[in-house]
Design a protein around this ligand. Structure first.
Ligand SMILES: CC(C)(COP(=O)(O)OP(=O)(O)OC[C@H]1O[C@@H](n2cnc3c(N)ncnc32)[C@H](O)[C@@H]1OP(=O)(O)O)[C@@H](O)C(=O)NCCC(=O)NCCS
Length: 226
């Protein structure tokens, strides 16, 4: 991803050391008493709480479930994406006005978390402490067989190569395990070497479908969940 419309942010001053979370597979990473930060969810054991994670450049991001009030921040997030990132995420170019269409975004921002989970990573720019910005979106969708889920990730260009994609993928795998999902899959373009590398590091098997220019990634979680 060479397109970077904004400079890489510098760390915001921290009053105390940020909590670093590694989220190992199988970890129960939200306590039973955690209150869910979304407006729609009723808090339960299955609702993830917030997580703070320090990127390689020292910036601290918060990962949490998406919520209805995120729509303006999601619009800003989509504006921050390069065409290359959009193309790699959706396997074709989707125009900005379609990506920020109200019906589309309000559907995404009200995801309920029974078959579909959407999480955002946000940071608070020191110059605008009252307005956190969304810098990454991770989603996991259960497929009709109820044992498989497909995931997708997208990180804003200025926040790529800082470890956020790897962290969000670990987060999604922990969510999948909690929901007794046995297989996690993803599809990516053949040229998406960053995504292929990231999946391989997490133990996914990659299968090239050269004729289609697509790589499928497949991870069996079953041994860890039984
Ligand atoms: C793919 C994507 C999610 C990766 O997120 P990221 O935050 O940049 O990734 P990370 O910083 O966590 O890097 C993960 C690993 O990939 C490696 N990597 C990054 N870019 C790479 C590249 N172009 N080629 C090979 N490896 C690369 C990193 O070095 C790191 O490996 P390491 O831990 O061994 O050093 C991000 O680049 C993105 O949003 N791309 C556009 C959308 C997209 O492609 N989505 C995936 C479709 S499902």
């Amino acid at each position: 991803m060479q397109n970077s419309q904004r400079p890489i942010p510098t760390p915001a001053p921290q009053s105390e050391p940020p909590m670093q979370s590694a989220l190992p597979l199988g970890a129960v990473f939200w306590p039973a008493h955690a209150t869910c930060p979304t407006e729609l969810h009723t808090p339960t054991i299955a609702d993830p709480a917030e997580d703070h994670y320090t990127l390689k450049n020292g910036v601290v991001v918060t990962v949490r479930p998406i919520r209805p009030s995120d729509e303006p921040a999601m619009i800003a997030f989509h504006r921050s994406l390069s065409e290359e990132s959009v193309y790699l995420r959706y396997s074709h170019l989707i125009k900005l006005n379609h990506r920020i269409d109200h019906d589309r975004l309000s559907r995404i921002c009200t995801t309920q978390g029974d078959r579909e989970w959407v999480f955002v990573a946000e940071w608070t720019p020191p110059t605008n402490p009252t307005q956190p910005e969304i810098v990454g979106v991770a989603r996991l969708n259960k497929l009709p067989d109820n044992h498989t889920a497909e995931f997708a990730l997208i990180i804003s260009d200025a926040f790529q190569h800082q470890g956020l994609g790897a962290h969000l993928l670990s987060w999604l795998l922990a969510v999948a395990q909690t929901h007794h999902i046995d297989h996690v899959i993803a599809e990516m373009l053949l040229e998406n070497s960053a995504m292929e590398h990231l999946c391989q590091k997490q133990g996914f098997q990659l299968h090239n479908q050269l004729a289609d220019g697509i790589v499928t990634a497949d991870l069996d979680l079953a041994p860890a969940t039984r």
